[in-house]
Design a protein around this ligand. Structure first.
Ligand SMILES: Nc1ncnc2c1ncn2[C@@H]1O[C@H](COP(=O)(O)OP(=O)(O)OP(=O)(O)O)[C@@H](O)[C@H]1O
Ligand SMILES: [Mg+2]
Length: 218
């Protein structure tokens, strides 16, 4: 279980998160929505333990981030909004590189299965020859190598074609059901959010998304 207790974060004078709290359980898919600059990526970075809040506390499975962040990092998968892969390596070489850093060991055929699951079969293609959407898929596949209990996805489907988006949505739903993965996920596509997420959290003060998604805020 994830517990976020009254966290605040500001950059110089700009308050991005102000006493923000939430909880989430394993097996849930929670959508994080809000206008540009509302603080979604900031929150995901904090949840991924890559950034610290100025105040407040976070706990995963009853253990605070402060004391147990190394342990938590092993169980967290994170796909940043900006694609982070090696451009000069092939798809499979990227997977092998990140697999070496993972606490969960994976064979080459298991790495290929992960790529197949998200319809990225171009194992031998150099990343700098892939389209933007394909790079995003590779980022997602990399985040799954360590079999995360807790998966944080920052606009994982931006620029991905509709067919692949639907397939990825289905893949994430299966992951939540079969592996009880807790998935927190941002997107600017409200149809996708409604289709994939069990519930929605709105970040920021603007009431637009709260009104639009009233039925999904639980
Ligand atoms: N490292 C930083 N230093 C200073 N300000 C930052 C930094 N990172 C984010 N910000 C600011 O914090 C606010 C929230 O940014 P954030 O990236 O979390 O928004 P977002 O909700 O993810 O937006 P988007 O939908 O555009 O991705 C913005 O005003 C942004 O300019
Ligand atoms: Mg963002």
């Amino acid at each position: 279980m994830l517990e976020v207790k009254s966290i605040s974060k500001r950059y110089s004078k700009r308050h991005v998160l102000d006493n923000f709290s939430m909880t989430a359980e394993r097996g849930e898919i929670v959508g994080l929505v809000g206008e540009n600059g509302a603080g979604k990526s900031t929150l995901l970075k904090i949840l991924a333990s890559l950034s610290k809040p100025d105040k407040g506390e976070l706990c995963l499975n009853g253990k605070t981030y402060k004391k147990h962040f190394k342990e938590h990092r092993r169980t967290i998968g994170y796909v940043p909004q900006d694609i982070a892969v090696w451009e000069d390596l092939t798809v499979l070489e990227n997977m092998k590189f990140f697999a070496r850093l993972s606490p969960v060991k994976k064979s080459v055929s298991e790495l290929k299965d992960l790529l197949d699951n998200i319809q990225l079969g171009r194992y031998g293609t150099k990343v700098n020859k892939l389209s933007g959407g394909m790079k995003r898929k590779l980022n997602l596949a990399i985040s799954l190598i360590n079999e995360p209990e807790f998966l944080l996805l920052d606009e994982p489907t931006a620029g991905i074609d509709l067919k692949s988006r639907i397939e990825i949505g289905q893949f994430l739903k299966n992951l939540a059901v079969n592996k009880e993965t807790l998935i927190i996920y941002t997107s600017h596509d409200m149809n996708e959010i409604k289709d994939v997420c069990d519930r929605v959290i709105v970040i920021g003060k603007d009431s637009f998304y709260r009104d639009l998604l009233a039925d999904y805020i639980k």
